[in-house]
Structure formats: structure tokens, C-alpha cells
Design a protein around this ligand. Structure first.
Ligand code: ADP
Length: 430
């Protein structure tokens, strides 16, 4: 079975074509809409010459992707692809699971208003539907895994009508990654997921932690948007909300400018004044740069506090699971974080920790009360898996696919997508 995974960012397209578990073709197009876009790709694991050309929008990017999948001999024609799985940032309150792309996904007004910056996700869906109208498409939401949070975890203590009228609540992100590493963690521990309490740490450019009880997310650090939670590359994470109007007044900034400041100029970058890339900051910290050192300490402290809180609400933790760029590749950061967790019984094995770089490995000492694992995340693979699961559960037999095609074509011809009523905000990444 050939499953294409499509991830459209505001100015990028990432794709992977899976044949079973094998990645037949992967690619990344960046700077879409700019004068020169770049396109790098792998075919059966082998790198191809990068291309530089102008790709004006996501529709053209999807066409280009398909042209090259054919030119590189991965497929003969688009129709060979059995299903397409799309990464969609926000599912809003409605989607508790991945879903077949139908009107309720494409016209998901609330999710579109909550994530105006992720319109690209929908542009990718529309382009694929247009190009492959007979191929089932599935939306896999970053928020879906966290829909199991109880109201006490997702409700903000604002006037209640903000929840009911505007759907302002915690949604959480990186759900596909948290779900994958929790499941894989259970396999590696050799115990059923339904009997485990896990804390999953997705630490990349954007970072979030999740408390996973018996396979279900019961709390997560990101909120209505991916700005909340722990300190990130250039995002501040949790701050006193009263700081926002205070900064606006003192620096004469409008709401958009403060939002940009908190998303793009804060976090590790803002504290260190060096970079949002932790590698650079670690280098400078070794040279005793005081701001670099402070940045690492503030980052680790914010993560330790979430771990402590989640350990408490879980009623004990079986394992911590580190994933994403920092979690997978930075023994130094894992060491600093875990050094502050001796009180809850976390003890690393320093040699194992040093060795665990971008591979699956347990890194705790044999006396540690809580196990600690490093598990590289596989979001694309997970999206392909979710896509297959949804198709199977919807029993997309031939007649069902036929009906689906008719419905999609109708929607495409007659359906109007809702105007985005949300105010455009600054570009944020998840
Ligand atoms: P994204 O959140 O954009 O998907 P990743 O999960 O790939 O990003 O994480 C990228 C970040 O991981 C980089 O910005 C860098 O800060 C961090 N990183 C990657 N490798 C290392 C490393 N060896 N040591 C420390 N940090 C690293």
C-alpha cells in the first residue's frame, strides 16, 4: 500500500511516500512564494541533486512533488497512491481522532479561526484533492491526542463564556509525536501501554511535555497556541499574562508586535542573545558565557517543574521519554534536566546517556526509580499509520471510495470554504 504523507507549513512542504514501512520518496521544499524556492529530495534513501526554482504556492508545490515522484521512477502515475495523510495543526474541539477529509474537516471553521497561520495545511489538502480526487485523504491533527484531557486540565480560569463562545481552552500540540513515543516506549518497556504512566518530552525548536496515563493524554504543556509551556528556541513559554499589557505600554507596541516578540525573539534566543539553536548556546556556555549558562538553566528549570507537576498528577511515573531534536541528540541537556530530578528518583547512567544520540535507548541507572528512554520521534510514519487505521475503520471498500469521490467532487465544485475570520497573526511554528 502506498501512503503519501503531506505536511504543508506556511512557506514549506514536506512529504514522504511510504510503501508499507519503507520510505520510497521524501522531500522538502522551502521558501515557497519567494523568488527562489529550494527543493531537496531522497529517492529510496539516496539524495538527489537539489533544485532551486520559483514555486509560487502550495498547489504548485504539490504538483511539483508529484512530477518528481514520477520522474524519479518512484511511481508511474498519481493514481497509484492509495491514500494521502495530511498533518493538520489544529483540529479544534471537534476532532478527537484523525478523520477522513470530508466537508466537516475542510469547513472546520473553529479550527481555522484558532490557527489562522496554518491555512497552508488546508491548501495542501485542497491541492491533493484536486489532483487525486479518487484517492482517500485523511487529516491527522496535532491536537487530537490531547482531546482526552479532562475539563480541569483544559479549562482556563477566564469568564466561562470564553470557553463556550470562543472555544478558548488548552488544546495542546505535537500529539502525533507524543502518541508515537508513548506507544513505542511501552513496547520497549515490554509492558502494556494501558498499565503505564509516562511523561513524554518532545524537545525541539518547539517543545512540549505530556502526562500520559494508560495511553491517554491527561495534561500537556502547550495551550490554546504553541506559545505556552516550557521555554523554547525563540518562544517564551509560560509567563505572567500581565506582562503583555505592561510591555505594550512601556515599549509602545501593539498586540501583533508583542506576539511576535514572544514567539520569535524570546526563549533561548532572547535570553542568550546567541541563537535559538541549542547547540550554539551549549558551546558558548562551555566558554562560561553567563547569559548562555542562564539560558540553559532557565530552560532546564522550566522542564523540571513540568515533570514534577506531571509526576504528581499521574500519581507516580514509570518512565520519562525524551524525543525530538534536543531530546534525541543532546546528552548535555538531558543530564542537566535529570540532575534536578533526584528527588523523585530519577538517576541517569552517564555512559548510556552520552551514547544515546538519535537512537532508541534506555539511559537510566539500574537504581533509578523512574526509567528514562530516548526514542526518536517518527511523525511521518505515525501519520501514515493513522491514515491506514482510519481508512480501515471507515471500511473504505470500493463502493465507499466511489461515494467518497462523488462527495468530494461535489464539495470541490459547489462547496465554498469559509472565509478566515481570525485576525492574521505572526508566524508561529509548532
Ligand atoms: P522542529 O521542532 O523544528 O521539528 P527538531 O525537533 O528537529 O525541530 O529540533 C531542532 C532543534 O534541536 C535545533 O534547533 C537545536 O536546538 C536542537 N538540536 C539538534 N541537535 C542538537 C544537539 N546535538 N545538541 C543540542 N541541541 C540540538
Amino acid at each position: 500500500m502506498l501512503v503519501l504523507v503531506v505536511n504543508c507549513g506556511s512557506s514549506s512542504l514536506k512529504y514522504t511516500l511510504f510503501q508499507g514501512e519503507i520510505e520510497r520518496g521524501t522531500g522538502l521544499m522551502e521558501k515557497l512564494g519567494g523568488p527562489v524556492s529550494t527543493f531537496t529530495r531522497l529517492v529510496d534513501g539516496a539524495g538527489k541533486d537539489p533544485l532551486s526554482l520559483a514555486v509560487p504556492n502550495h498547489e504548485q508545490a504539490i504538483r511539483l512533488m508529484m512530477d518528481w515522484l514520477i520522474r524519479d521512477g518512484v511511481i508511474r502515475e498519481a493514481r497509484e497512491i492509495n491514500a494521502v495523510g495530511h498533518r493538520v495543526a489544529h483540529g479544534g474541539p471537534e476532532f478527537t481522532d484523525a478523520a477522513l477529509v470530508e466537508a466537516r474537516v475542510r469547513n472546520n471553521r473553529i479550527a481555522r479561526e484558532l490557527a489562522p497561520l496554518h491555512q497552508a495545511n488546508y491548501e495542501g489538502i485542497e491541492a491533493c484533492v484536486k489532483m487525486m480526487p479518487a484517492t482517500p485523504q485523511v487529516a491527522v491533527f496535532d491536537t487530537a491526542f490531547h482531546q482526552t484531557m479532562p475539563p480541569r486540565a483544559y479549562t482556563y480560569a477566564l469568564p466561562y463564556r470564553f470557553l463556550t463562545e470562543h472555544k478558548i481552552r488548552k488544546y495542546g500540540f505535537h500529539g502525533t509525536s507524543h502518541k508515537y513515543v508513548a506507544g513505542r516506549g511501552a513496547q520497549l518497556l515490554g509492558r502494556p501501554l494501558r498499565k503505564l504512566n509516562l511523561i513524554t518530552l518532545h524537545l525541539g525548536n518547539g517543545s512540549s511535555l505530556t502526562a500520559v496515563r494508560h495511553g491517554r493524554s491527561i495534561d500537556t504543556s502547550m495551550g490554546l497556541t504553541p506559545l505556552a509551556g516550557v521555554v523554547m528556541g525563540s518562544r517564551c513559554g509560560d509567563i505572567d499574562p500581565a506582562i503583555v499589557p505592561y510591555i505594550m505600554e512601556r515599549e509602545n507596541l501593539d498586540a501583533g508586535q508583542v506576539e511576535r516578540l514572544m514567539n520569535q525573539e524570546s526563549g533561548i534566543l532572547g535570553l542568550s542573545g546567541i541563537s535559538n539553536d541549542l547547540r550554539e548556546v551549549i558551546k558558548q556556555a562551555k566558554g562560561y558565557n553567563p547569559r548562555a549558562r542562564l539560558a540553559l538553566e532557565v530552560l532546564a528549570y522550566s522542564i523540571q517543574k513540568y515533570i514534577g507537576a506531571y509526576h504528581a498528577i499521574l500519581g507516580g511515573t514509570d518512565a520519562l521519554i525524551f524525543t525530538a531534536g534536543i531530546g534525541e541528540k543532546s546528552p548535555k541537556m538531558r543530564k542537566i534536566i535529570c540532575a534536578g530530578l533526584a528527588g523523585i528518583g530519577v538517576q541517569l547512567d552517564p555512559a548510556k546517556n552520552r551514547k544515546a544520540v538519535a537512537c532508541e535507548m534506555f539511559i537510566h541507572d539500574k537504581n533509578s526509580r523512574i526509567k528514562v528512554a530516548v526514542i526518536p520521534t517518527r511523525e511521518d510514519y505515525m501519520i501514515a499509520r493513522e491514515t491506514k487505521r482510519i481508512l480501515k475503520s471507515r471500511q473504505c471498500t470500493k463502493p465507499a471510495v466511489g461515494m467518497y469521490k462523488k462527495k468530494l467532487t461535489n464539495e470541490l465544485t459547489h462547496g465554498k470554504l469559509p472565509a478566515n475570520k481570525g485576525k492574521p497573526r505572526n508566524a508561529i511554528q509548532i
